[in-house]
Design a protein around this ligand. Sequence first.
Ligand SMILES: *Cc1c(COP(=O)(O)O)cnc(C)c1O
Ligand SMILES: [Zn+2]
Length: 372
Amino acid sequence: MNQLICSKCRTTYTLNEPIWRCPQCGSMLDLDFTPIFDLIKINGRPHNLWRYREAIPIERDGSIISFDEGFTPLLEVLFQGRSVWVKQDHLFPTGSYKDRGATVLISKMNELGIRRCVEDSSGNAGCAVAAYCARAGIACDIYVPHDTAQAKLAQIQLYGAGLVRVPGTREDTAAAVMQAAQSQYYASHSWNPFFFQGTKTYAYEVCEQLGWRAPDVVILPVGNGTLLLGAQIGFAELHRAGLTQHEPRLVAVQSENCAPLAQAWAENLAEIPAIHKKDTLAEGIAIAAPIRGRQIVQAVRQSGGEFITVSDGEVKAALRSLCARGYYVEPTAAATAAGVEKYLVNHPRSELIVSVFTGSGLKATEKMLALL
Ligand SMILES: *Cc1c(COP(=O)(O)O)cnc(C)c1O
Ligand SMILES: [Zn+2]
């Protein structure tokens, strides 16, 4: 049945209620939805993520807010002489894969008649929400930490969003937006279940581009887990629909300077530990207290996957190596590549491995210049 369901008290709601968390108990909502895959229809459509139209829970075509995004190239990239297939998600309209989530979430908001919203972000989710709100004519305020990269601040403001710079940490920004979300719709990439209905298209595209085959292993970055949890949903849906033979193992990459989930996984903890977070080049995945943390660890565990942590030194080396081969990605995206390098060291050659470049280097000019 298609419905929203509270992750804690299990109360259910229709998909047409303008809520982003459970009105009863305040907990996260998940989305229960049965997708339809009609390969004849899919094949006949343009190469963007809306080709999977019947698998995305938007009722009316007229609600859709899109820049024809998605179906990014799946390129073969060599790491240590071994081939890894990498989705080029730094090529999205706003420069990161967050557009997958934003096109679906903002379309849903448009369908619900929501005319203003708030969102918080270390940068890229704010850029994506601001761009899609601009296209929809929805007003938004984006809350960011005071040290957010200049290019991302420019992008958010030029899209016409209100910019709220919050002193202190990323966690202080999350607390500030929560206050604002008492009275406004929260277009949150971590709370809002419709965002994950967009990021799941990563899995659809990967499997279609491999000839409707699931990879053995998928290596993804994890902070709030918006790509990893979306991918998990997508791979599970394809498997359930009989389009693929298995679900891939999910390998999650964190920065060792901020790795609460890797620690929970390694120490088999039931709760996500409070950690002391240090600065890292991989700012986009430096999330000390991810609200879906337990879901993420469970998804990795159930898939038979693992966590890998990478140091800033390894991120820097991976970034230099990628740039030298023509891939201009931001440091956070290079963290995933550093994770791929580590993964390859003790796993067999025969595996079909897929990964991702999540964000464009053009967004991080200060950090890129510092490499020279
Ligand atoms: C958002 C983001 C990530 C990681 O996403 P989470 O949702 O926090 O797991 C990775 N790379 C880039 C460039 C991002 O913008
Ligand atoms: Zn509830």
